[in-house]
Design a protein around this ligand. Structure first.
Ligand code: GLN
Length: 589
């Protein structure tokens, strides 16, 4: 096993995750089978209990692991399927050591950070890196490990020490360290400053690890003189100093690395130049260029109300008439925090790029749509409704808690009554059921028991999969199979007429099976169910251009070049192309 460790220095938020994922892409293009591990040195066992305000969205894996969103980047970039163990946290390591201590496995010894915690980290890395994640048999060739945080953080010390020991035990031919750092520019002359990087490399070396490559983040390309200085003071050959300057979109990064021969430097360090083939990244380049052409630039425009953000994936000049723009109203609880719905935004992007549409995501704070806000914040209320009415389609993503639920119900009603394409994901699907039960079935108090325990018409209820006595771990998490009930439905056609589909779940509540007959009788069809037929997984509304709800989160499996079926359906419906797409597909073209 070859290990490529990616550490970070100077500041957080440098794009270490994107750099590490792009390294994975380039090495994969050289013919290596890649896996990856993300180390988060916090004490939480996993990201599942954290609010999106902390580290952005909670990414969900096939095995139900609730992990850092960087694992989403790895899956999307390298096209692998990771496991919960590919995300190591301090909490997981301490729990495994303490469990062993309680079992008496340490045979009376004093249990310490060194060697017990560090050993546990090493063992974890060695065993997880051997798990195949690309659908093939046998262990991968190389494991890209990203260490979260910045070098010098107290909480990452045991990890650094474990990685130092690992580098020593696997030997120099099997270990390559890439340090991602920042080169700020100061003064009127715009001098590229190397001192912060020098200090962070010194810190790393004091801990016993010397970088083989430096990946320098900067606004502009690095000058040769800056590289020479870095080389001299950081003990890294000038040819191994990579420059990750700002690019219009992150899909350029693999090619940026390749153009600087990063793959050769890494493969040489890992002594596997001879087994590698020259990387071909045409597909990535083409995709990155299409993205550039579609968007020109990425900007965020604040609308009149502060809570109503128009996040435009591109400029709004309308000059590039060759691309049709699709305005997507995202009605959620957290807006302005695009990381909270990162995979949803990526899935929209994948879908739009695949059919040359220019995505424009209009964020709407669900609570601004509510009647109450008309009294309290009339401007925000009016702006939110105007944004909703200007959109070509509506998306209500997943969520927890009752804030904004009434606003989401109004958005679902608006989309249903006005024949505006609607996609409801998880909570968004439950919202459309509540709305339909209230407006069409006349059950004015219909609700989910998540929001109202004593509702006379519980149309969405708690349906634990496991224990009824234990509250912990009662979420329905990870990949579950959905069987299509009829081949005629839009969703089945979008999923290429498959009999079933495996998608990732993360929820506690579900449509009450007792009300399904009534809902279906009035036109809300449950076209996808689990194997028992009791869990409603996909709904569709008859006589509507596209009104779909999914109990699962299709965004987690969307990939560049392989967009998620339901997202594709939404943007195609929004631009009037859905029927033609389905007909073409049925005809095999
Ligand atoms: N809060 C809802 C539930 O637990 C929806 C969850 C979600 O959207 N991820 O079922």
């Amino acid at each position: 096993m070859k290990y490529v460790l990616v550490t970070g220095g100077v500041v957080s938020g440098l794009g270490k995750g994107v750099t590490a994922s792009s390294i994975g892409v380039v090495l994969k293009a050289c013919g290596l089978r890649i896996t990856s591990i993300k180390i988060d040195p916090y004490l939480n066992m996993d990201a599942g209990t954290m609010s999106p305000f902390e580290h952005g969205e909670v990414f969900v894996l096939d095995d139900g692991g609730e992990v850092d969103l960087d694992l989403g980047n790895y899956e999307r970039f390298v096209d692998v399927t990771l496991t919960r163990d590919n995300n190591i946290t301090t909490g997981k390591i301490y729990q495994s050591v303490l469990e062993k201590e309680r079992r008496g496995d340490y045979l009376g010894k004093t249990v310490q950070v060194v060697p017990h915690i560090t050993d546990a980290i090493k063992n974890w890395i060695e065993s997880v890196s051997a798990i195949p994640v690309d659908g093939k048999e046998g262990p991968p060739d190389a494991c890209v490990i990203e260490l979260g945080g910045t070098v010098g953080d107290i909480e990452s010390m045991p990890f650094i020490e474990a990685l130092r020991q690992l580098s020593f035990s696997v030997g120099p031919d099997n270990f390559c360290l890439i340090h991602v750092s920042l080169i700020p520019v100061l003064g009127v002359v715009g001098e590229q400053k190397t001192k912060p990087t020098q200090h962070s490399v010194r810190e790393l070396r004091a801990l016993g690890l010397t970088p083989h490559l430096l990946a320098c983040r900067s606004a502009q390309p690095l000058l040769d003189s800056t590289k020479e200085k870095l080389s001299q003071f950081c003990h890294v050959p000038a040819g191994n100093i990579l420059n990750i300057h700002d690019v219009p979109n992150i899909w350029h990064v693999p090619q940026l690395l390749q153009s600087q021969n990063a793959h050769n430097a890494i493969l040489k360090q890992l002594n596997c130049l001879r087994i590698a083939t020259p990387p071909h990244l045409q597909e990535w380049m083409k995709r990155a260029e299409t993205y550039d052409n579609l968007t020109n630039s990425v900007s965020i425009i604040n609308m009149s109300c502060s809570s109503c953000k128009h996040f435009l994936l591109g400029n709004d000049t309308g000059n590039d008439a060759s691309f049709v723009q699709v305005r997507i109203a995202m009605v959620g609880k957290y807006i302005g925090l695009t990381d909270s719905y990162l995979s949803v935004v990526k899935a929209l992007l994948h879908a739009c790029i695949s059919c040359s549409l220019k995505p424009s995501v209009d964020w709407i704070a669900a609570s601004d749509l509510e009647d109450e806000s008309a009294k309290l914040t009339p401007e925000a209320h009016a702006a939110a409704w105007e944004t909703l009415k200007n959109a070509a389609c509506v998306l209500v993503p997943g969520g927890f808690g009752d804030r904004g639920v009434q606003g989401m119900i109004l958005a679902a009603k608006y989309a249903r009554k006005n024949h505006i394409p609607y996609l409801g994901i998880c909570l968004g699907m439950q919202i459309s059921v509540i709305e339909f039960a209230r407006s069409v079935l006349g059950l004015s108090k219909a609700n989910s028991t998540e929001f109202d325990d004593s509702t006379p018409d519980p149309v969405v209820i708690f349906m634990p999969e496991g224990s009824r006595t234990h509250m912990g771990n009662t979420m329905r998490l990870g990949s579950r199979r959905t069987f299509f009930q009829t081949p005629d439905c839009v969703s089945s056609q979008l999923y290429h007429n498959s009999e079933y589909v495996d998608e990732r779940h993360r929820h506690r509540y579900e449509v009450n099976p007792d009300v399904v007959d009534k809902l279906e009788g009035a036109g809300l069809k449950f076209v996808g169910k689990d194997e028992s037929g009791k869990r409603m997984e996909i709904l569709e509304l008859s006589s509507h251009p596209f009104y779909v709800g999914a109990q699962f989160h299709p965004e987690f499996k969307s990939r560049p070049g392989r967009p998620s079926a339901l997202f594709l359906g939404l943007v195609l419906a929004a631009t009037g192309q859905l029927e033609a797409y389905i007909n073409n597909h049925q005809n095999g073209s």
